[in-house]
Design a protein around this ligand. Structure first.
Ligand code: UP5
Ligand code: MG
Length: 199
């Protein structure tokens, strides 16, 4: 059968901007597979035989970005497994990646010939709203980074490392921005407009 080249949408935005929530809505309505880099890292952290568990744990608590060699392998494997199971599943939402220069270099090194990046879906949300949402979620999420101390660091990392990546894509006309501070439904209405246009 004809094997399609993976089509990728990078989903970016601050911690708690609603990337995961909106990706779930997209999956319900469009033929996309959602891969959250953070979820893949958390799964790897809790894998018994993983040699990276402790490292990932430290990075996540500190709001720092895990070395790309680890993340890119998890993403690549997840994409390959998805496509192996069903070759009609070649559209991916890659949520929370790339977050810095190192991530971008890693992607370019490993994936540049293996996948097409269509655009960046950017969930634009104030730091205050991001922090409030994560603290609220922290009451029940069990996430080790949903506390005030980790959140300060996550926001700093986002501003210092991830915003410049979004700006880089912006310069190439590759960013589709959605105001993510509104209700889930209003945000998703805008997401639909973007996806219906982009295919
Ligand atoms: N919520 C969502 N939308 C809402 C709305 N419109 N109105 C009101 N509430 C809304 O949502 C967060 C919370 O807000 C939820 O309770 C939700 O119900 C509510 P969610 O959809 O989970 O937001 P999301 O943007 O996905 O937030 P998340 O916390 O997952 O973002 P982060 O980017 O901080 O987390 P991620 O899992 O991507 O990364 C975690 C850590 O992993 C990083 O800090 C880093 O240490 C590491 N990491 C890497 O090192 N490399 C990577 O490539 C990726 C991650
Ligand atoms: Mg998330």
């Amino acid at each position: 059968s004809l094997v399609m080249k993976p089509q990728v949408v990078f989903v970016l935005g601050g911690p708690g901007a609603g990337k995961g929530t909106q990706c779930s809505k997209i999956v319900e309505n469009y033929n996309y597979t959602h891969l959250s880099a953070g979820d893949l890292l958390r799964a790897e952290r809790s894998r018994e035989e993983s040699e990276f568990g402790q490292l990932i744990d430290n990075y996540i608590k500190e709001g720092k970005i895990v070395p790309v060699e680890i993340t890119i392998n998890l993403l690549r494997k997840a994409m390959e497994e998805t496509m192996k199971k069903d070759d009609n599943k070649f559209r991916f939402l890659i949520d929370g990646f790339p977050r810095n220069e190192d991530n971008l270099t890693g992607w370019d090194t490993v994936m540049v010939d293996k996948a097409d990046v269509k655009f960046v879906l950017f969930f634009d949300c104030s730091n205050e709203v991001c922090i409030d949402r994560c603290l609220e979620r922290g009451k029940s999420s069990g996430r080790t980074d949903d506390n005030r101390e980790s959140l300060e660091k996550r926001i700093q990392t986002y501003l210092q490392s991830t915003r410049p990546i979004i700006e880089l894509y912006e310069k190439h006309g590759k960013v589709r921005t959605v105001d993510a501070s509104r209700s889930l439904e209003k945000v998703f209405a805008d997401v639909k407009v973007v996806l219906d246009k982009e295919g």
